[in-house]
Design a protein around this ligand. Structure first.
Ligand SMILES: [Zn+2]
Length: 234
């Protein structure tokens, strides 16, 4: 797909009211709510368009965390609030595992603020190769690990990281993410005993508020609107 088609197929949502409609802020961070909306707007992080999500489903809304990750002061603020929630939920870990996408910058900043000694990165190649834990530091047997990511869409990536951590004899004590896409597939994930510490719950769908669509029931596909693959957006 050419750049010009990508521009036609997506644009940032710049209306405060529209962003507020699309985003449900976790009540536990309600004091941070207005600030979050400001950050989402100022960094142009929410897009309208026609998107193919990593799991293959289609959506007319997309949260692009890399836009926020490009603003260090915002990452610092979000990390501070998420860390407050992590501590409140008793999820302070010995090590953090994250993925090598923009969510890693959030994991790194939380680790820095919390004085965590080790952050281990899982490589999730855009060509959907299996995730591997790759940097020089390995997960120590018996250590308490918190998985941190920017966004849970289907939950498959988080489950794979959990499996890799547990295969090394460590324990996953929780998952902390910036946002969770509201989706029955996510709420029914076998994430026990994982506990989520999320800041936002976004509704990135059209017409059917709690789910993305399979391509064969997607109106935008039927109208011939070019599709943007989320994996091409980083
Ligand atoms: Zn579609």
């Amino acid at each position: 797909m050419t750049i010009s088609l990508i521009h036609k197929a997506m644009e940032p949502i710049v209306s405060r009211d529209k962003v507020k409609e699309l985003v449900r802020v976790n009540p536990q961070v309600s004091k941070f709510s207005e600030r979050l909306i400001h950050i989402l707007l100022d960094s142009s992080a929410i897009y309208a368009g026609h998107f193919e999500l990593l799991g293959g489903q289609h959506s007319s809304r997309f949260l692009r965390f890399s836009k926020i990750a490009g603003r260090p002061a915002y990452v610092e603020e979000i990390a501070k609030e998420l860390l407050r929630l992590i501590k409140e939920k008793g999820l302070l870990p010995e090590a953090i595992v994250s993925r090598d996408r923009s969510g890693h910058l959030l994991a790194w900043e939380i680790g820095r603020q919390a004085g965590i000694k080790e952050i281990i990165v899982g490589r999730t190649a855009l060509d959907r190769r299996p995730i591997e834990l790759v940097n020089g530091v390995d997960v120590h047997r018996g250590s308490k690990v918190l998985i941190i990511d920017d966004l849970i869409t289907s939950g498959a990536g988080v489950l794979k990281l959990k499996e890799l951590v547990e295969a090394r004899g460590a324990t996953v004590i929780g998952v902390a993410v910036f946002a969770v896409r509201e989706n029955p597939a996510v709420s029914s994930l076998p994430l026990d005993p994982l506990r989520l510490a999320e800041l936002l719950v976004g509704q990135y769908t059209f017409g059917l508020p709690h789910r993305a669509l399979d391509p064969d029931e997607c109106k935008l596909c039927q109208e011939g609107v070019p599709v943007v693959r989320s994996r091409d957006l980083a």
